[in-house]
Design a protein around this ligand. Sequence first.
Ligand SMILES: Nc1nc2c(ncn2[C@@H]2O[C@H](COP(=O)(O)OP(=O)(O)OP(=O)(O)O)[C@@H](O)[C@H]2O)c(=O)[nH]1
Ligand SMILES: [Mg+2]
Length: 357
Amino acid sequence: MKLVLVGGFLGSGKTTAIVKACQQLIHQNKKVGVITNDQGSQQVDSEYVKSFGIPAGEVANGCFCCNYDQLDSELQSLREKDQPEIIFAESVGSCTDLIATLVKPLNNTRPDIKIVVSVFADAELLSSLIEGNSSFLEDSVRYLYRKQLEEADFLVLNKTDLLKPKQLGTVDKVLKSAYPNKIILHQNSLRDQDISRWLESMEQFTQYPKRNSLTLDYDVYGEAEGKLAWLDKRITITTANDNCVFVIRKIIGSIFNQIQTHHFTIGHLKFFLAADDWNEKVSFTTTSTSEDVSIRDHRTNSIRVLINARVQTNPMSLEKLVDDVLTKAEGAYQCTIVTENRSSYKPDYPRPTHRMG
Ligand SMILES: Nc1nc2c(ncn2[C@@H]2O[C@H](COP(=O)(O)OP(=O)(O)OP(=O)(O)O)[C@@H](O)[C@H]2O)c(=O)[nH]1
Ligand SMILES: [Mg+2]
């Protein structure tokens, strides 16, 4: 069995690629599985993956590295239930050190699993980091970002569709000179052909290298993770005239605009909307500039919404910002908004279960 560890910064396109890859593999009658992971327990990605009927497990309340036993047991249970040929495990976007904390321990205890480390980088974000105009300019965050890329067997330069050829050329040159021995794939994960190529490249990857653990300063890594506030909030919106999708579109736009007004940098702001047999995932990432998002129309007077916000501020400010938008929306659109569940926090200092240097 193959295990693809999919790493990379928040919003780089990991889940999008995993879901598309699974759809292609299922179409070819292959058995697949996905393990999602998050610092919190209410994960947009888990709901999104499950909405496609893909067999999925979840590691909640902390990254794979700090919850190794939970990852191991999810792997085992997917293998027993579904006998997948390939499992994609998506690590938290602010996590690194996968080789020392996951690959090496798994190689020891489960030598029959072939592991591939595929790290995603958002081409647009990388380009703005190189040009020096990204809002993620803190040294610690850049350090984390670099360390994530350093671990890749496959470095997927994703969202290449968003760059002009000249920008893409610059990013490619920088990556090739920083990581001369890596396989670098240019990818638009919204395109089926690119996903097939990613899968083929991993299929052909049979020379499993002897990987080196990162040299990593955990204090700087912890500092980078601590820059972001995480908010998970589950709400239900009810209206009298079937216009919940209109209302949630307005709410999502206002939350994004408020974050922009406060000059808080977005790591990833994502929403999972569900009603009857209809659902949608909506995302804003670091480089998003407009509140305009496409949400398919659907007439309903009740909608369930899961919000996962990873934003550079403190948890209280983030929660207040979202709550203010919701309160205003209740007045403006004559709707009722009930909070089912909420938690806001900063990730704990990373303390991996195992670390094999
Ligand atoms: N234009 C473009 N958009 C993409 C591509 N890949 C992903 N996206 C979009 O990027 C956003 C984030 O994608 P996700 O797949 O949720 O990113 P992620 O890495 O799983 O994010 P986290 O799990 O929060 O770390 C979504 O709006 C996707 O539709 C791509 O190749 N091109
Ligand atoms: Mg994801």
